[in-house]
Design a protein around this ligand. Structure first.
Ligand code: NAD
Length: 545
């Protein structure tokens, strides 16, 4: 296989990870963000559907609120009706031919320009929207809404260029080419509440490869999704390429998955929802023009496992940052920890001291390390787990909730002696870390327990200074995590550096923000051109002797 640049792959502008701003007191970014937050808190946009470039207000209106101030309405938004969903299918269909016929560089140019707009004039706006709507602190917002989104848009362009440059070998008299076509049907992009950047990536990755999409954002992240769409429009995204269709998930999904032109789903969210869609797709398989691409990154039960040779201070910081940042609502959040007896007292005391120091509240007060969980449903679900822990385990810190003004859940550390306890197995999606303390002599057994305890395999971290112990963890946990960390917390993957995704019940592991993901949105066409076709059907071996 030879690889050479095709004539339509130009040299790209320099691409590197967007530097994370500190928002420290006195920094210009801090002043700008605070001003934007104050201004946007007074606004309440009325967010329409956008189908084929046309804004549609259906009148079926929902309210978005701030999780940390749940009486404060941040936006109103319109829910799609069945006829809007059908209109979105048509708009995606109508836009596809032209979008797919654009030079690849021109599609890439839209994303590169969007990244520049976000890195500059719209940075504070998208960050403020994420803080208000999803209750992220300034720093958590910066790494998500600004940096990760910018990185997705820029790095995907680089990865797409690499895919396009992959071309087959040719023999004398023949020219073989691979044509990377966008999918023939539309892609349904469904995003979760917890990362603005995921919302930005799910519809744009297929669009870059020449697909048109229908994007259903999470209602709880509607404000940041809306501002993301504005940035893409400002960058020149043509009408119909990304059709913005918020609304009732089941109604929208049932219509889209039953359509003959359904080409694929790009999903991030919970395992149960992904499984239900996969089932529906299976039931509808005879309806489709092509076999749909099914890409989903789903739940996790992410672990920290420490060897007796590990540094106790580093483990404690990994528990606190990995478990409680963004209120434990990262799919990668540490939620179970396995600590050897010999280190436990020190790890526990250090962790408890940090928890006692944590401030929680409105993210517009920059001293807060934590905000609120996303909504009442999450608040009640997490509260149920805390009630269980109070009965069946030992609550070492936290364990309480307060929903009077915002959906606040204390950072909680739980200890159990039962390695099969449900808080060690089930995804909670809140600031709750459950610890199992093991006998130092049972290292290998503990690794096997970590591997077998939950159905998920998203992220995990091993802490050890002994390299043999690291090798043990590599071997025993080979399939236990798609993102595996050594002496680091299991959160904070960076586009282009740690491609993200997990297997087992955590998803199809197509690694968001990587070449592997983009290959799912292209349908390759092999072209063979023969310069001098044969004009005689008989082969030489057939001649008379
Ligand atoms: P969710 O599954 O409740 O919602 C995700 C999206 O699916 C939303 O847009 C929602 O409206 C939509 N949805 C809900 N019901 C649907 C249905 N029947 N058909 C189609 N769509 C439907 O998840 P969430 O609460 O927004 O996000 C949290 C979950 O996402 C956690 O499980 C977390 O682990 C996972 N997550 C995974 C990753 C990853 O990369 N693996 C990243 C972020 C979040």
């Amino acid at each position: 296989m030879t690889s050479y640049p095709t004539s339509n792959v130009r040299r790209l502008p320099p691409i590197s990870n967007e530097p994370i701003k500190s928002y420290a007191p006195g920094s210009p970014e801090r002043d700008e963000l605070k001003a934007r937050l104050a201004a946007m808190e007074q606004e309440c946009p009325d967010i329409p559907l956008v189908i084929g470039g046309r804004e549609i207000r259906t009148g079926d209106v929902a309210k978005a609120t701030s999780p940390h101030k749940h009486r404060h309405v941040t936006a109103t938004w319109h829910r799609a009706r069945p006829e809007d969903v059908h209109a979105a299918i048509k708009a995606a269909h109508d836009a596809r031919r032209e979008w797919a016929s654009w030079r690849w560089e021109d599609r890439a140019g839209v994303l590169l320009k969007a990244a520049d707009i976000l890195a500059g004039p719209k940075r504070a706006t998208l960050n403020a929207a994420t803080m208000l709507g999803q209750s992220k602190t300034a720093y958590q917002t910066e790494i998500d809404a600004a940096c990760e989104t910018i990185d997705f848009w820029r790095f995907n362009v680089r990865f797409a260029a690499q895919i396009l440059a992959e071309q087959p070998a040719s023999s004398a008299g023949v020219w073989n080419q691979t044509d990377y076509r966008g999918l023939e049907g539309f892609v349904y992009a469904i995003s979760p509440f917890n990362f603005t950047a995921i919302g930005a990536n799910l519809p744009t990755a297929p669009a870059l490869m020449g697909c048109t999409t229908i994007w259903k954002p999470a209602g709880t992240a509607i404000l940041s999704a809306w501002h993301t769409l504005q940035i893409l429009h400002e960058a020149g995204l043509p009408p119909g390429v990304i059709n913005f269709v918020p609304g009732n998930a089941a109604t929208i999904t049932d219509i889209l998955l039953a359509d003959r032109n359904f080409g694929g789903v790009h999903f991030t969210g919970s395992t149960a929802v992904f499984n239900s869609m996969w089932k529906t797709i299976g039931e509808n398989i005879n309806k489709y023009k092509s076999y749909p691409r099914i890409v989903g990154e789903t739940g996790g039960k992410d672990f920290i496992v420490a060897h007796p040779s590990a540094d106790a201070a580093a483990i404690a910081v990994a528990i606190v940052r990995g478990g409680f940042e963004y209120q434990g609502q990262k799919c990668s959040a540490a939620s179970r920890a396995y600590i050897p007896k010999s280190l436990w007292n020190e790890v526990r005391d250090r962790t408890l001291a940090m928890i006692a120091d944590i401030r929680m509240g409105d993210p517009s007060d920059f001293r807060n390390f934590m905000g609120a969980v996303i909504d009442k449903k999450a608040f009640e679900r997490i509260g149920g787990y805390l009630a269980d822990a109070k009965q069946n385990a030992k609550v070492l810190a936290g364990g309480n909730t307060n929903g009077a003004d915002g959906w606040f859940v204390e950072p909680t550390l739980i200890q159990t002696e039962n390695p099969a306890y449900r808080l060690l197995c089930e995804e909670i999606f809140g600031p709750v870390v459950t610890v199992f303390v093991y006998d130092d002599a049972k290292w290998i057994e503990t690794l096997q327990t970590v591997d077998q305890t939950s159905p998920y395999a998203l992220t995990g971290a091993v802490f050890a200074r002994d390299k043999n112990a690291v090798a043990d963890a590599h071997r025993e946990l080979h399939h236990a995590a798609g993102n595996f960390y050594i002496n680091d917390k299991p959160t904070g993957a960076v586009v282009g550096q740690q491609p993200f995704g997990g297997a087992r019940a955590s998803g199809t592991n197509d690694k968001a923000g990587s070449k592997l993901n983009l290959t799912r949105w292209t349908s390759a066409r092999t072209v063979k051109e023969t310069f001098s076709p044969p004009t005689e059907y008989r082969y030489p071996f057939m001649s008379a002797e």
